[in-house]
Design a protein around this ligand. Structure first.
Ligand SMILES: [Zn+2]
Length: 427
């Protein structure tokens, strides 16, 4: 994580001369997941005169939370530390009045503290998630002063940005009318779509416990003529990095494939549609809004159009499929290939961790509903859907050609998917 040493030294220097503010104890704030044993006895090096880390070069180590320095140890004298911290003065802030967003390299939340100090976590009031919007009223090199619910708090400046995150800008369905949603040519990546005369449909939940989250339910396949049109695999034109319906090395793939046929003769597209309709009902009953990509045997939307519509109207995108093996191997999700060039390509780079986290949640939900899971529940696959997704997005394979797809089984699968969605969004 970000090193704070230099900044703390700065803050310390200011502490000795800077104006007193409302800040009592202070610590650098860092990504919440980084905070382990932050305390470090070295800030006593200046003799316990109440200035804490003010003038000791050694105190830089303390600010790093022991992540970089092997010699940092939790202090045995925490009470003395606390006394020093409560008398330390805050950094000088430049007054600002702006909206900022939480931005961390790995999407983890950051700590929101009551003081500018991270010697321990006793001043952590709450955390702010990646992409969360905050009001900043003061800024120093190391610390930002923010106002939340009328209270003044402090967050590390390194984890805030004034740039609107892509997910915040794109994943909100609040401005989209319920009803038919067509591909908007101005949306990012819309140009890559070749089949887009059809429309998805947005449903608002009327349940009491509305969640203000829109789930894109994408019944796999079901675009007549889709397999005779090709679309680009990656937005940057690079070739696919894994095999699958389209082999590795290809730069274009069928716009929408026809899907497999179950061992009992049922087309996959019929079953994914039945599954989508069941999932829609459960989601709406549980307070989720739902974007249905299709509700009939044919929708003229290719995989890119489906993905781009989801990107701009939904908070996650779940494509429903069954695999083409014949051994009833169980359910799994298509995870983002651990291929550096692929993971470095936007929009995969900014979203692949979200895709995998959503996939893992869905598999956990299915497992909790008693659904058989294949292997570890994930298979790496370079998919068009993943390659153009700017929201958490997963292709889930709910079984294969030999799997039972009776109404009762689909009900169980829908329960599992709902449990997984709840887990992902923290409900
Ligand atoms: Zn499929």
């Amino acid at each position: 994580m970000t090193k704070m040493g230099l900044a703390v030294l700065c803050a310390g220097a200011l502490c000795t001369s800077g104006a007193l503010s409302a800040c009592g104890t202070y610590k650098p704030v860092e990504a919440a997941s980084d905070q382990t044993a932050v305390g470090d006895g070295q800030n006593r090096a200046d003799g316990g005169d109440g200035q804490a880390a003010a003038d000791s070069g050694d105190s830089q180590a303390a600010a790093d939370g022991g992540q970089a320095d092997g010699n940092t140890q939790p202090t045995p004298e925490s009470s003395r530390n606390e006394a020093e911290l409560t008398t330390a003065k805050p950094p000088e802030f430049d007054e600002v009045d702006e909206t900022v967003y939480v931005k961390t390299a790995d999407g983890t939340p950051v700590n929101v503290r009551s003081s500018c100090n991270k010697q321990n976590n006793s001043n952590v009031v709450t955390t702010a998630g990646a992409g969360e919007e905050l009001k900043r009223t003061g800024i120093s090199e190391e610390w930002s002063r923010i106002v939340m619910d009328g209270q003044v708090y402090y967050v590390a400046t390194a984890f805030l940005t004034t740039e609107v995150p892509e997910t915040t800008a794109a994943s909100n369905s609040a401005n989209v009318e319920a009803g038919e949603v067509k591909l908007d040519a101005s949306w990012k990546y819309a140009d890559f779509s070749k089949i887009n005369s059809g429309a998805a449909k947005l449903y608002r939940s009327e349940a009491e416990n509305r969640k203000n989250k829109t789930i894109c339910v994408n019944a796999g396949h079901g675009t007549s003529g889709g397999s005779s049109v090709k679309t680009q695999c990656h937005p940057d034109g690079t070739p696919k990095v894994t095999g699958g319906t389209t082999s590795a090395g290809a730069t274009s793939a069928v716009a929408v494939s026809g899907g497999m046929t179950f061992s009992d003769g049922t087309p996959e597209a019929k079953v994914t549609l039945a599954m989508a309709l069941k999932l829609k009902d459960k989601l709406l009953a549980n307070g989720y809004d739902v974007l249905m990509i299709r509700e009939s045997d044919d929708v003229q939307l290719d995989n890119i159009a489906r993905t781009v519509i989801a990107n701009n109207t939904s908070d996650c995108h779940i494509a429903l499929h069954w695999d083409s093996t014949t051994n009833n191997k169980g359910a799994f999700y298509m995870s983002v290939p651990s291929n550096q060039s692929y993971r470095n390509m936007e929009p995969v780079k900014s979203h692949w961790e979200q895709h995998n986290a959503l996939g893992a949640s869905l598999v956990a939900g299915l497992k909790s509903a008693g659904v058989k899971i294949f292997s570890n529940g994930a298979m790496e696959m370079d998919l068009t859907q993943t390659s153009f997704s700017t929201i958490p997005s997963v292709d889930i394979e709910l079984g294969d050609k030999a799997s039972d797809h009776s109404s009762a089984t689909l009900d169980t699968l829908a329960d599992g998917l709902l449990a997984g969605i709840n887990q992902y969004f923290g409900y």
